[in-house]
Design a protein around this ligand. Sequence first.
Ligand code: C5J
Length: 222
Amino acid sequence: MQLNQAQPFPYNFELKSTALVIIDMQRDFIEPGGFGETLGNDVSLLQAIVPACQAVLEAWRGVGGLVVHTREAHRADLADCPPAKRNRGNPSLRIGDMGAMGRILIAGEPGNQFIAALAPLPGEIVIDKPGKGAFYATPLHELLQQEGITHLLFMGVTTEVCVQTSMREANDRGYDSLLLEDCTESYFPAFKAAALEMMRAQGAIVGWTAASGQLLPLLQDC
Ligand code: C5J
């Protein structure tokens, strides 16, 4: 398959060696009362991409593609949360503190769950990650290698933090990655625009970008 309008140049991939990776579409970032809002962000920006993500996820499932869901999640005892991460800045709530949806970014808490619209199905890969990147301190690379995956289609939040970090980690591990432009968002629109530019600069130095409207017809024709 070829995404002819991908930037900075056409992106070729095969269904059997491509995974859809959905980064951190969890309540803590997207719903009011979660970690994102306690940091002072407008979560409605992130909510706006949910329908586009749903359309891609349904189409990808429809053609039998491999799906990976990630969550930024720490152990209840915070053993996997470096003090440098927890103590930085001056937020009203820190990782591990009790918020409106349970303890912030702690595995198993209500706020740490995936939003209902994008919940994993049985058999889909779920990665709990203690860092921003999906490969750091997780089995993701090994799982993708076992499945013969060489190409990754990314969606999720936030563009310039966990999505970009994960794409850079994927790049260093040899994957060809493409970010679906309307299926990712930032609390800061200028950061999203800059992140997309950086990824595809210098001949796709990190990867490609394309609109989901280019991908969906290809999947319908499968
Ligand atoms: C952040 C993320 N922004 N998923 N996490 O802390 O991008």
